[in-house]
Design a protein around this ligand. Structure first.
Ligand code: P1T
Length: 383
């Protein structure tokens, strides 16, 4: 497809062509573990389904195109994708990561890789901090989540990646919250992008999957090796579901952004709300940066109540009817969550508080319902 092809066209068409055998418009679910060979080693590019699967190949090509990358490598979950990326390092290497990130990402770095000799330092990467004072000679990877989960802080991807390049350090951007529709980190200088495709790419809360995208052939080769050697691959049905979800990413994202913008403005002036975290609000500390770096501001937002107690938050969480109390995000239906006891419980409390994540913080994943209904639901739950 031409380099200037629009996002919506790529979302519908990239990576997929009608099935050559039957003309099926949608990529078939190749539910097979192995492929017939004409003679030993003589085959059609597919030998064994851990190594290659056509449904997976289509998904990998689709997400790579959406991220303006050259190579997509799919995994069984977002965490499996992150695990493969951290395995690019060796014992003694260090990761510099943001101090506000998904609790599972923190857990993988601290509880799985630190004991194996790959240590991480967690610092505030909001805005465009100078990296020189934050890195050590051992730092080999910078892990950037932007917008962050759950405080919606924004890192200046271009500024951080330019500095990291000067220092000879690889950059990884977890683009799960924004999706490639809102932001394309490789275009801004990142070396790798990772997605929990479980979220906006899948878009319907019916699948768990992860994808890594890069332009670097040597990195892609190692990741394909790890995908096959360690074997955390997604099944073909899951690849199909994400492939289907991707086709409406731009439409869902526009509606989620419309709804989240209105809900953020409504919450900001609500008497029971102390603070709203949403990059689309002019009061957000990195609002200008977000406006420069992102197409729109996304469907995720968090807020603190005036009554900062956990009990007050719990009352709201128990009383929404449209917003379902659940982990995860990025689906068509709106969800409400309590990071301190749910998605970020793996982070010790002192560390959570140090990074600004309060015990009472409430997180919303705003879906594509009618915004008046969503606001009415929040209104009655806040009463
Ligand atoms: O759940 P999984 O597909 O393995 O992806 C992990 C992951 C990675 N990166 C970010 C930014 C994420 O938010 C997640 C998963 N997050 C949730 C389940 C959540 O509710 O925040």
């Amino acid at each position: 497809m031409k380099a200037h092809t629009g996002f919506g066209t790529l979302a519908v068409h990239a990576g997929v062509t009608p099935d050559p055998a039957t003309g099926a418009v949608m990529t078939p679910i190749y539910q097979t573990s192995t492929y017939a060979q004409q003679a030993p080693g003589q085959h059609k590019g597919y030998e064994y389904a851990r190594t290659q699967n056509p449904t997976r190949t289509a998904l990998e090509a689709s997400v790579a195109a959406l991220e303006q990358g050259a190579h997509g490598i799919a995994f069984a979950s977002g965490m499996a994708a992150m695990d493969a990326v951290v395995r690019l390092l060796r014992p003694g290497d260090e990761v510099l990561a943001g101090n506000d990130l998904y609790g599972g990402s923190y857990r993988l770095l601290q509880r799985v890789y630190a004991p194996l000799g790959i240590k991480s330092r967690f610092v505030d990467l909001a805005g465009s901090p100078s990296l020189e004072a934050l890195v050590s000679p051992r730092t080999k990877m910078i892990w950037i989540e932007t917008p962050t989960n759950p405080l919606l802080r924004i890192s200046d991807i271009a500024a951080l990646c330019a500095q990291a390049r000067q220092l000879g350090i690889r950059t990884v951007v977890d683009n799960t919250f924004a999706s490639p529709y809102l932001q394309q980190p490789l275009e801004l200088g990142a070396d790798l992008v990772i997605h929990s495709a479980t979220k906006y790419l899948g878009g319907h809360s019916d699948v768990v999957l992860g994808v890594v995208v890069t332009r670097l052939p040597e990195v892609a080769e190692r990741l394909y090796f790890l995908q096959n050697a360690a074997g955390a691959v997604p099944g073909p049905h899951d690849c199909f579901l994400v492939l289907r979800g991707v086709k409406t990413l731009h439409l869902r994202m526009e509606r989620a952004c419309d709804n989240a913008e209105q809900i953020a403005q409504w919450l900001e002036v609500h008497p029971r709300v102390a603070r709203v975290y949403y990059p689309g609000l002019p009061t957000h500390p990195q609002h200008e940066l977000a406006a420069r770096q992102m197409r729109r501001f996304g469907g995720m937002l968090s807020f603190d109540l005036e009554d900062a107690s956990v009990a007050a938050a719990m009352k709201v969480l128990r009383h929404t009817q449209l917003f379902t109390l659940a982990e995860s995000l990025g689906g068509v239906e709106s969800l409400i969550g309590h990071p301190a006891t749910m998605t970020h419980a793996a982070i010790p409390r002192e560390e959570r508080l140090r990074s600004g994540l309060s015990d009472g913080l409430i997180r919303l994943s705003v879906g594509v319902e009618d915004v008046a209904d969503l606001i009415a639901d929040l209104e009655q739950a806040l009463k």
